[in-house]
Design a protein. Structure first.
Length: 226
């Protein structure tokens, strides 16, 4: 009865479609949950996301949890996370990422989860880093510790959206710095981001981590266009 009374004044809505949730539904309604386009890449070490980094940098594993499509439900969710202050969407997606990690058994290979950092100026304008909330959700599910301050972004880059592949790489080369080397030395690190295109930003960050003593680096993102 108490739960029903609370729901009357503070209704719980689906983070995907904003419709009221029913009992036993948490964060996302069953209908939306079944419609999210999962990749099932987590158990395939030769998936398209992992292949992006072949010959570029050595990763333990890399994958996306969902497929990205323009105009799709997932794009709407990511947009609301990044630009509409709906951070609960990030926590929900992070939980889904964490569950996928556990199901694949790859959680046992990770000591620390790190989000791709935003430049301080960009984070001030947005008010937060969306990847922090993805990591929060993942840590909540997996119990793997996280660190949002181990790596910083030292250069405020221009948008990657309209750049060619080589220009994207030049745009993000040497833009990250390890702030707390002792925190990552000897650790198996999982880098987390929202969407991957060419992988240039993730590659740059992974490179800095390995150069500063990380034992290994893996990558998991919410979505990819592959």
């Amino acid at each position: 009865m108490l739960n029903d009374l609370v729901s009357l004044f503070y209704p719980r809505n689906c983070v995907c479609c904003q419709q009221p949730l029913i009992k036993r539904e948490t964060d996302c309604c069953i209908m939306c949950l079944t419609e999210l386009p999962r990749t099932n890449f987590a158990t395939n070490n030769e998936n398209p996301v992992a292949k992006l980094f072949w010959g570029r940098i050595e990763l333990t594993f890399g994958y996306s949890v969902f497929h990205f499509s323009k105009g799709g439900k997932l794009q709407s969710m990511l947009h609301s996370l990044k630009y509409q202050n709906k951070t609960q969407v990030g926590i929900f997606l992070g939980k889904e990422m964490g569950q996928e990690l556990i199901k694949s058994g790859k959680n046992e290979k990770i000591d620390l989860i790190i989000p791709i950092p935003l430049h301080p100026e960009k984070e001030r304008l947005r008010g937060y880093n969306q990847s922090d909330f993805l990591v929060k959700g993942m840590s909540n599910i997996t119990s793997i510790p996280s660190d949002n301050n181990a790596v910083i972004r030292t250069v405020h880059t221009t948008s990657q959206t309209r750049k060619a592949k080589f220009d994207r790489w030049k745009n993000v080369d040497s833009i990250f710095q390890v702030k707390r080397p002792k925190q990552i030395t000897g650790k198996n690190i999982l880098l987390v981001d929202d969407v991957i295109t060419t992988g240039s930003t993730l590659e740059s960050c992974a490179k800095v981590l390995l150069e500063n003593g990380a034992s290994s680096v893996s990558i998991v993102v919410v979505a990819s266009g592959t």
